[in-house]
Design a protein around this ligand. Structure first.
Ligand SMILES: Cc1cc2nc3c(=O)[nH]c(=O)nc-3n(C[C@H](O)[C@H](O)[C@H](O)COP(=O)(O)OP(=O)(O)OC[C@H]3O[C@@H](n4cnc5c(N)ncnc54)[C@H](O)[C@@H]3O)c2cc1C
Length: 272
């Protein structure tokens, strides 16, 4: 049994000041990763700073310029069910609907998922493919700079993710081959298209975590079709091998999931 203080700040400023006064304090979103980690004794925070009561951290907004903003404390179920997300970024709603199970989707949050940066998590692939902007209490961070490796992000100590912003006129589709137990991605691929630009982001497969598959991006930018991928596969030497799949199998799955995502984007039947 661990002892820790529990804070429920009502404003972002209050949360920032609690974190500044207690170096061992940790932010609590839905607790879907942090609480099991504490139960296992792998995290021993001196205090938990719950973000749930802070207004403005939850919710989904369309901005005047057509971009979409999702608050960090918005749970996966709300993203999946949002008519706004279904209209502006149906691929993101479909992705959220395939995270874990109903319980986790009702507690787990967008901010917690990306701050935790599990190498098999789903949202990071979509954010990287969509070139999203991560807004914190201090600055704005492009997704290319935010995701920095296994369980590693560009967040500084005590920095709080407040919102994620998605640019207008970009479409995304996500295909994953998931673990039947946790539903985490053994391989998940997000393909985003904005005008003629294509970005492909892969989760679950990389030995160093999330990565952009630039060879596929170049091929799909020339010709946005499943055939354009030819026999391309990422180099298995840069992929992860574990009890779920060998690096060679993950390389093959990466190609297959990319083709599925491309087909989904071409069919426009993203919410099926
Ligand atoms: C059984 C199970 C199955 C799962 N399956 C999947 C899956 O299929 N796909 C998938 O993508 N994920 C999966 N997850 C992960 C889940 O979806 C959550 O996104 C993840 O656990 C983070 O949970 P949380 O939002 O409750 O954050 P917490 O657990 O509360 O926090 C996680 C970490 O992020 C920090 N943090 C939280 N919010 C912020 C913030 N706003 N700013 C800065 N730091 C912050 C916390 O301090 C902590 O270090 C699964 C989880 C479980 C338990």
């Amino acid at each position: 049994m661990q002892n820790f203080d529990f804070h429920r700040p009502q404003t972002l400023a209050e949360a920032v000041s609690i974190l500044a006064e207690d170096e061992g304090a940790k932010l609590l979103a839905g607790g879907q990763t942090l609480l099991p980690t504490m139960k296992q004794g792998l995290a021993t925070p001196s205090a938990l700073v719950a973000l749930r009561a802070i207004p403005g951290l939850t919710g989904i907004r369309a901005c005047d310029d057509g971009s979409l903003e999702i608050g960090a404390m918005t749970c996966h179920a709300d993203v999946a069910a949002s008519p706004l997300v279904q209209r502006l970024l149906p691929g993101l709603a479909a992705l959220a609907n395939k995270i874990a199970d109903r319980h986790v989707r009702n507690r787990g949050t967008l901010g917690g998922s990306i701050a935790n940066c599990d190498p098999a998590a789903d949202y990071p692939a979509a954010l990287l493919a969509l070139d999203a902007t991560i807004v914190t209490d201090r600055r704005e961070i492009p997704a290319d700079e935010f995701f920095a490796g296994l369980f590693t992000t560009a967040l500084e100590d005590r920095e709080i993710v407040t919102t994620v912003r998605f640019a207008p006129a970009t479409r995304v589709a996500y295909a994953k081959f998931s673990s039947p137990a946790s539903r985490y991605a053994i391989v998940g691929v997000a393909v985003a298209a904005s005008g003629s630009a294509v970005r492909v982001a892969v989760t679950g497969a990389g030995a160093d975590g999330l990565f952009r598959w630039e060879e596929a991006e170049a091929a799909l930018t020339r010709d946005f079709s499943p055939e354009a991928l030819g026999k391309f596969e990422p180099d298995p030497d840069m992929l992860n091998g574990d009890m779920h799949a060998s690096p060679a199998y993950r390389a093959s799955l990466t190609r297959t999931m990319t083709i599925r995502a491309v087909r989904t984007l071409l069919s426009e039947r993203i919410l099926d």
